[in-house]
Structure formats: C-alpha cells, structure tokens
Design a binder for this molecule. Sequence first.
Ligand SMILES: NC(=O)N[C@@H](CC(=O)O)C(=O)O
Ligand SMILES: [Zn+2]
Ligand SMILES: [Zn+2]
Length: 349
Amino acid sequence: MQTRLTIRRPDDWHLHLRDGDMLQAVIADTTRHFGRAIIMPNLVPPVVTAKDAAAYRDRIMAACPLHADFAPLMTLYLTETTDADDVALAAEAGLVHAVKLYPAGATTNSASGVRDFDKVIPVLERMAEIGLPLCVHGEVTDKDVDIFDREAVFIERVLIPLRVRVPALRVVFEHVTTSDGVDYVTGGGDNIAATITTHHLFINRNDILVGGIRPHNYCLPVAKRESHRRALVSAATSGAASFFLGTDSAPHLDAAKLSACGCAGIYTAPNTMSCLAHIFDQADALANLEAFTSLNGPAFYRLPPNDTKINLIRRDHPVTYPQARKTPDGDVTIFDCGVPLYWDVETTE
Ligand SMILES: NC(=O)N[C@@H](CC(=O)O)C(=O)O
Ligand SMILES: [Zn+2]
Ligand SMILES: [Zn+2]
C-alpha cells in the first residue's frame, strides 16, 4: 500500500476568502497548503473594477500569515457596465487573471450579475483577444427550470450560444456538478476547462436530504444524483488536462446556514488535500493527483506550476480536523466528508 506522495504545491482555482474578520479567520486554512488561488469577486459590493481588485488584493496580503508562500490571483465580477479597457489594463498589469460571470440571482451575492448577455459581448471579445479566461457560474436562473437541471440547461441555452458568438473566448466552467458538464468540457476543445470542487467528489443529493436536512451540505450548484458524482470522480482522477481543482471553499457563519433560508456554500479549505488524496487513492489514481491539484490549472491559466512541493503521508490512524473555524462573529463549520481520512499533509514548518 502506498503511504507517501510528493507533489508540486497545489493551487486552488476557485476560492471565496470574503473580507474583514472572516478573511482573517479563514486565510491561513488556504495558505497552509496552497501556493495560489483564484479569488472570487462576490463581495458586497462586488469587486468590479481594477481599482477594487487592487484594494482587495492588498487586504488579502495584509491578512496573510507572516512567511506565507501565497499569491492571490484576482478576478473581476462581470456586470453589464464593465469597461473593456479597465479589464484589459488590469490583465496586462498582471493584477487580474480572470473575469467572473454570474447569471443575475444564480448564487450567493450575485444580484449585480448579467441579465442581458448582449451587453457584455464587447468585453468578452476583448478578453478573447488577450486570452483572459471567463470563469462562469453555469446555472440558469429561470423559475421554470428545476434546480437539479439548471446546469444542463445552462449549457444548451447560454454556454453553447455564447461560445458560438465569441469562439476564441477561453472559458472555465466553474464547479461542474453533472455528467452533462463533464461531457461538454471533454468534447469542447482547448478553449474550455472545468473546475471540480472537493465536496462534489464526496456528496450526492441524498447527503443533503436523507434522514434529515443537512444545511452544511447545501451549496450551489446543488449536488446531483450519484451517477453524476461518479462522473466527476472519473473526470478528476483521469488526469485529463481540462479538469482541475477549484475548491469553491465558501465560508458562511453557521447562523446564516442553520436558518429557515440557509446560505449556499461549503467550507472545505482546511481538509481539502486529505479529502482529495482519499478520493484519488480509492480510485487507484494517486499518480494523477498532482495533475489535478498542481499542473492542469497553471497550464490552462498560462502560468508555471509552483516550484515548491508538499508531502502527503498516509497515517495509521484517521486524521482529525476541528469541527469548526472560530470567527469573532461565530463558528464556520468545516466540511465533514462522512468517511475517515488517513492522508495528511506533512507540515514543513
Ligand atoms: N458555491 C456556493 O454555494 N456559494 C458561493 C457562491 C458560488 O460559488 O456559487 C458563495 O459565495 O458562498
Ligand atoms: Zn458559483
Ligand atoms: Zn464559488
């Protein structure tokens, strides 16, 4: 049985760090294992301009633990009034690494998202010209579409027509949750890739609803049926270049999740690497873990992989994590994957 694995330091290609006290409370959980992260812009108000992104990057750097080897890769929140020149200059300066498309109302803090796609075509054309990726939250928001179908319908109604209009646009299909999404990306050519989260490799919709409702397993896109989870595991563990890790670690206070109208989002930053090593080990694919966490993402984003490495060790006894991260405003529950985890990241400090 394999008990050790050395890989390049991983990156997280989809991360919510929030701001203020929450940022302070969660950032070390990411910098401990990850070299870089694509920072989601859905603050209130959102990160819309290069100026917003520069200020947010400064706040993240100020919150980083001393000696952390971490670079936040900033994104801009696409609105119907986003200025193409502002985007292009921020990309050229190395400040911004992607633009994020939220269909209006699709998820947490997405009210300023896009309603009329015609309005954003000039920005998308400029992004295509300079090779700047568009990260998409791939769900339609139409009331008549069942929540479990919203990703598959997004592909047909939004993504395919958008890519026909701007074929050179480079797209990351974020937190893909269906076999439809996996198949579309697999057959979609070099301009499209997808992130896969940690939690969608573990949970299906039963884990939200059977034996009582489990708000800590509720996120968007919502977990689908077991056959879709299996398709995600196959895609992630295959080593295929178009799939890479985006944890979508999304901290919310427990008070906001344990409510009559609870927030979407699962906090996975602390135990993601243990969780992933477990999934890859079960699939007999530990040899592909590095591609998923550390190589495929940088290749798509046209960045070099990290120089440094981390060691993973399989312990004799299950590794334990705290049940929650404390913040001054209350607890943030950490993802419980439901099975004992034996893989651990060796600390070098
Ligand atoms: N994934 C989630 O369920 N929530 C994210 C937003 C998102 O990525 O859609 C959040 O910001 O909380
Ligand atoms: Zn999203
Ligand atoms: Zn997210």
